[in-house]
Design a protein. Structure first.
Length: 230
């Protein structure tokens, strides 16, 4: 069922790209060939307002849903789900809203995270993926561990912090072979970003997964703010 769903989604994306009529100046420059790489967009400091720009310049993006919701299990506890449902009472009856969170990346230095809400689950996923493409950023990779020093881009170049709400994370470079010493949900971000070895230290309410994912994403943003001298 998952393969069938992915195939339909790919066909839908191809049709949407053929019928794409850019509305922004950036989109028109991409179609006309004035901008040939997404790195050029980040170097010029332009803001992406159309997700088709990312589809055009970064084909083959993969995505993962973050398990932000939960339902009661049989023996107690919580069974994690990829959507969180909230309800509010209206004079016409109860109205339910579904919220999803997704991470996209090409496993080679680009990552995006998005959050979307809609009455239906499928509509929420589409909105989430759209927002994730609009929030895509480059990830600075390197080998910043004193125990390794191989010079390859398997980790991050230096220690960096990220914060969202009560969650705070510290990402530390790790030597080759250590692997991803992070939780399962954070591991999805690292894999799609192309990080193979890393250590993490977290503080606060890390069970609030939305804030936890955003804290890691903010750490990657802070990574791009620093410049390393040659």
């Amino acid at each position: 069922m998952r393969k069938k769903y992915d195939r339909k989604k790919e066909e839908k994306e191809e049709v949407s790209m053929e019928n794409w009529e850019p509305k922004t100046t950036l989109g028109k420059d991409v179609v006309e060939g004035k901008i040939t790489s997404i790195d050029q967009i980040f170097e010029e400091g332009k803001k992406i307002m159309e997700p088709e720009v990312v589809d055009f310049l970064l084909p083959g993006l993969e995505h993962e849903l973050i398990l932000i919701g939960g339902s009661p299990g049989k023996g107690g506890g919580i069974r994690r789900t990829p959507s969180r449902r909230t309800a509010r009472m209206h004079k016409s009856g109860r109205r339910v809203k579904t919220t999803c969170m997704a991470v996209i990346g090409n496993k080679d230095g680009y990552i995006g995270i998005g959050l979307g809400s809609a009455p239906e689950f499928r509509d929420a996923i589409e909105k989430t993926l759209r927002n994730a493409k609009l929030n895509i950023i480059p990830v600075k990779r390197g080998c910043g561990s004193w125990e390794c020093g191989c010079g390859e881009e398997h980790s991050i170049p230096y220690t960096v912090e990220g914060k969202q709400g009560s969650c705070k994370v510290i990402l530390k470079p790790a030597p080759k072979g250590i692997g991803l010493c992070v939780s399962d949900e954070v591991k999805k971000i690292m894999i799609l970003a192309g990080i193979k070895d890393i250590w993490i230290k977290s503080f606060g309410q890390t069970q609030t997964r939305i804030n936890m994912m955003k804290a890691v994403f903010n750490a990657f943003k802070n990574l791009n703010k620093m410049k390393v001298g040659e």
